[in-house]
Write a protein that binds this ligand. Structure first.
Ligand SMILES: C[S@@+](CC[C@H](N)C(=O)[O-])C[C@H]1O[C@@H](n2cnc3c(N)ncnc32)[C@H](O)[C@@H]1O
Length: 334
C-alpha cells in the first residue's frame, strides 16, 4: 500500500530540526546536565514563555532528546554526553552554526539550484566563506569548533585505526581547531604533528591543543595552500577540505600533498563520501548541496572519483575505509 508518511515527515522535518537547534541555542541540555529539573524551574531558568513551554519541552521528549518522569525533565544519555557545553564530548558547535547560519541560508536553496551561486554571507560581501567568517573572531571560533563537532567521531577512528606505528610525523591540512591532530597525538604518543591553516586560526588551535595537553608534540603552521607548499610529513591528512573547492583546486591540493610526502608516505582524505552508485549516502549528497550554498565551486564526490584523482597525481595505491556515520577515508600511498 502506498503511504505518504515519508514524504510528509521529510517535508516537515524542519520543525524537528529547528526545535532541536533552538534547544541547543537556549542551553537546555547544558542546564539539565547539572541535574534533572521540574517544569517550572526549568522553563524559568531558560526563559520560556508559558504559552508554549510545555509543548516545546514535551516535543523534545517525543523526539527522544529529553526524558520526563512525572513533571521532572532530564537529558537522555546521548544529549547529556554530546550536548552539554561543559563536556569535552560536546558536538553542538555544528548545530550552533546550523542555527545561526545554515538554517537561513538553506531557505534560498531553489535560487542556488537555479543560478549555481552560493547563498551565504558572500551574497552581501562578495567574499569567500572563509574570508567573511574570519573577519569576525566570534564567528571564526564558532565555525572552527563546529568543525570539531562534525568531525570528532571520524577523528577518533582515524586516530585508532590508521597504521600509525609505521610513521613518525603527520600534518593536518585545514586543521581548524585541531581536533584530528589532537586525537591522533593523544592515541599515539610516538607521533609529532602539525596543524596547517590560515594564520587567523592560530590562537584557536593553540588554545585547544593546550587544553588537551598535547602542545609538546603539536604545533601550528600558518599558511595558505593556494600560495604555499604543504609542510613535509610522513602522513598528510585532509578532512572536509577537498569538498570546499572546484575540481582544478582539488587536483592541485592532491598534487601538493604528493610533493610533501616521502616514498611510502600516505595521503588521507576524509569526507562524507558519496557512494559510487550515487544513490545511498543521502548525507553526502546533501553535503554537496551545502557546498553549493556555501562556496562558488565546491562539491562532494565518490570514493571512485577521489581514487582516480590520486592515481592521476602519481600515487601508487589507494584504498577506502569507513569511519563514523556518513564519513569514509581514502588512503593513498606514494
Ligand atoms: C571545512 S573546514 C574543515 C576543518 C577540519 N579539517 C575538519 O574536517 O573538521 C576547512 C578548513 O580549511 C581551512 N582553509 C580554507 N582556506 C584555506 C587556505 N587557503 N589555506 C589553508 N587552509 C585553508 C579553513 O580555515 C578551515 O579550517
Amino acid at each position: 500500500m502506498k503511504n505518504p508518511g515519508k514524504i510528509l515527515q521529510t517535508g516537515m522535518a524542519f520543525w524537528a530540526s529547528k526545535a532541536l537547534l533552538s534547544a541547543v541555542e537556549m542551553g537546555i541540555f547544558t542546564e539539565l546536565a547539572k541535574g534533572p529539573a521540574p517544569f517550572e524551574k526549568l522553563s524559568g531558568r531558560i526563559g520560556l514563555h508559558p504559552r508554549s513551554a510545555r509543548d516545546f519541552l514535551d516535543a523534545l521528549v517525543a523526539l527522544e532528546f529529553l526524558e520526563r518522569n512525572g513533571d521532572v525533565y532530564s537529558n537522555t544519555p546521548e544529549t547529556d554526553h554530546f550536548l552539554d557545553k561543559r563536556k569535552p564530548s560536546y558536538v553542538g558547535g555544528i548545530l550552533e552554526m546550523a542555527n545561526h547560519r545554515l538554517f537561513g541560508h538553506w531557505n534560498r536553496l531553489t535560487e542556488a539550484l537555479r543560478t549555481g551561486l552560493p547563498q551565504n554571507e558572500s551574497r552581501e560581501h562578495g567574499k569567500g566563506v572563509f574570508e567573511s567568517l574570519y573577519a569576525d573572531p566570534a564567528r571564526l571560533k564558532e565555525f572552527l569548533s563546529a568543525m570539531t563537532g562534525v568531525s570528532r567521531g571520524s577523528n577518533m577512528v582515524i586516530a585508532s585505526t590508521f597504521p600509525w606505528r609505521d610513521h613518525g610525523t603527520f600534518v593536518d591540512i585545514g586543521t581548524a581547531q585541531g581536533d584530528l591532530a589532537v586525537q591522533i597525538a593523544k592515541a599515539n604518543p610516538h607521533l609529532s604533528g602539525k596543524g596547517f591553516d590560515l594564520p587567523e586560526v592560530a590562537p584557536v588551535f593553540e588554545e585547544y591543543v593546550l587544553e588537551n595537553g598535547v602542545s609538546d608534540r603539536l604545533s601550528f603552521q600558518p599558511g595558505n595552500f593556494f600560495e604555499d607548499d604543504l609542510p613535509k610529513a610522513d602522513v598528510v591528512l585532509m578532512g572536509h577540505i577537498l569538498h570546499d573547492w572546484d575540481l582544478q583546486t582539488k587536483k592541485m591540493l592532491i598534487s601538493k600533498a604528493y610533493e610533501a610526502l616521502p616514498d611510502g608516505g600516505s595521503l588521507v582524505v576524509y569526507e562524507a563520501l558519496i557512494d559510487d552508485e550515487r544513490s545511498k549516502n543521502a548525507f553526502g549528497l546533501l553535503m554537496s548541496l551545502n557546498m553549493l550554498i556555501e562556496t562558488p565551486g565546491g562539491f562532494d564526490f565518490t570514493g571512485k572519483d577521489c581514487k582516480s584523482w590520486m592515481m592521476e597525481a602519481g600515487f601508487s595505491s589507494t584504498r577506502i575505509e569507513h569511519l563514523a556515520g556518513p564519513d569514509s577515508m581514502v588512503i593513498a600511498t606514494k
